[in-house]
Design a protein around this ligand. Structure first.
Ligand code: GLN
Length: 256
């Protein structure tokens, strides 16, 4: 078939995904979030261009979706100055409804501050209205939480920081098993505009495709005006449904 018969030939359907600080902030399988976004974009007929931003890099001009993972307190110290330098850009992107996923360590630093259990204050970027206080107890294990927006959310937590939400954000989900943001209230994660923040690793998106599809759809709509899935094949779609359902079933048996 010649190109003249294909009205969409040459159409740009590329979404630029930026992963923040993958060297320091990328633990407990968080890299899987980027892989899921890339694969699901492909299944929906779009292309993902994955970019990485590390300390000292030039911040890329063209970003459609931003992903940040977890890291140890020591990793958070390494990135803190650089993160402050790009903070105005990140805040402007969030206000402009760019979809973002922030997990654990970067979730904490997207807030107002993280005060470690030794009293060191790592400033946050104030993109999310929340604060985190380091404790002596680690909150570890598989979590089941429930959200009106995304249904049941499954994942794995491992943190000593305890996060408390301010009035400028809403919780992502209510915890049914596990701890979530802290050991006092029952909230897990935070939601603001198109930002999804969560303590859950494992990684989060393979088991929670509704969140992945929310993020990628917002990215596509923001860039192209509408989301028009063009699945690569029925076989791929069936595979998509089967794999994510298996991951969810497996994860649902883990929290005790
Ligand atoms: N260092 C932080 C804490 O323990 C974040 C840990 C993580 O990202 N898993 O609270």
């Amino acid at each position: 078939m010649s190109e003249a018969h294909n009205p969409t030939a040459g159409e740009d359907r590329t979404i630029n995904i930026l992963q923040l600080y993958p060297r320091e902030m990328n633990i407990y399988g968080d890299w899987g979030n980027v892989l899921v976004l890339k694969q699901r974009l492909k299944w929906h007929g779009y292309t993902a261009n994955v970019l990485e931003y590390n300390v000292g890099d030039d911040f890329p001009a063209d970003v459609d979706l931003l992903v940040g993972g977890g890291g140890q307190d020591s990793g958070q110290v390494v990135i803190q100055d650089d993160l402050q330098a790009i903070a105005p850009t990140l805040r402007a992107m969030a206000e402009d409804d760019l979809p973002m996923l922030a997990i654990c360590g970067l979730y904490q630093l997207f807030g107002n501050f993280f005060k470690t259990h030794t009293g060191t204050v790592i400033p946050g970027i104030g993109l999310l209205d929340l604060e985190t206080h380091g404790g002596t107890e680690r909150l570890i294990g598989n979590v089941l939480s429930v959200s009106e927006e995304f249904g049941e959310i499954h994942g794995y937590e491992n943190h000593s920081g305890q996060t408390f939400l301010g009035s400028g954000v809403r919780p992502l989900a209510e915890v049914r098993k596990g701890e979530g943001n802290n050991s006092k209230d029952n909230w897990e994660g935070a939601r603001y505009r198109n930002v999804v923040a969560s303590y859950l690793h494992g990684s989060l998106l393979p088991k929670n495709p509704a969140i992945a599809d929310f993020l990628l759809q917002q990215a596509v709509i923001r860039k192209f005006g509408s989301f028009e899935p063009r699945p690569s094949s029925a076989k791929d779609l069936a595979e998509l449904a089967k794999l994510s359902e298996l991951a969810r079933q497996h994860a649902s048996q883990r929290p005790r």
